[in-house]
Design a protein around this ligand. Structure first.
Ligand SMILES: [Cu+2]
Length: 211
């Protein structure tokens, strides 16, 4: 009988643990729909930061297919978890074909498309996709440095030269890395990816005094 009592309490403990887990999962689901909840090294969740006026976040996404991208671009170019075997990845050929048709793959995206933040805040850009992107400030949106992906738009001067241009190379974001941008002045700022120029974000920086 003693052993039964022990296993019952064990079961109870397990079921309590599971309920806590489910409750946490529900809380996670109901928070931000686009940004996965992160746990900082301090152990606290990033919730406080997400709601903080001092930090705004943009996520870079893509669905590159490792097999076709890496065959053409090198073994480590695309390190994705796009589940290619289940049809959730875009081949390199398809990416170019869609861009040429003027219907670029929506899986290549900065989210959100519009960010409003206060002057003095940090804009944090994280690449959760499988390949590198750039987060490059431009005066006007336009083409990147790979003309077949531009759908006829001219390369904007901020992207010209590609990575041989130090100014462009400095705006790269590698997979699973974060770039923090500070010092954005009040007003509208346009950012795009110089590789996939349909990845665009408008950042509206408000005055510190504005309520
Ligand atoms: Cu890109």
């Amino acid at each position: 009988m003693k052993s039964v009592g022990y296993s019952l309490s064990t079961l109870l403990a397990i079921s309590m643990f599971c309920s806590v887990g489910l409750a946490q999962q529900a809380a996670t689901t109901s928070s931000s729909p686009t940004v996965p909840r992160r746990v900082n090294f301090s152990g606290k969740t990033a919730d406080a930061e997400e709601h903080s006026p001092t930090l705004a976040q943009v996520v870079a996404l893509d669905e590159c297919d490792p097999t076709t991208f890496n065959a053409a671009l090198g073994p480590d170019f695309c390190k994705n978890v796009a589940l290619a075997a289940l049809g959730y990845a875009t081949t390199l050929t398809d990416l170019f074909a869609k861009a040429a048709n003027g219907t670029p793959d929506p899986g290549w995206d900065f989210e959100p498309d519009t960010v409003t933040m206060k002057e003095g805040a940090t804009l944090s850009v994280v690449d959760l996709g499988g390949e590198p992107h750039t987060f490059t400030e431009v005066a006007q949106f336009g083409g990147g440095f790979i003309p077949p992906l531009n759908h006829g738009e001219a390369t904007v001067h901020e992207c010209s030269g590609g990575f041989s241009n130090l100014a462009v190379a400095k705006t790269r974001i590698l997979q699973a890395s974060t770039v923090n941008i500070t010092g954005l002045k009040e007003g509208k700022h346009l950012f795009e990816c110089c590789i996939h120029p349909w990845m665009r974000v408008t950042v509206d920086v408000k005055s510190r005094d504005e309520k």
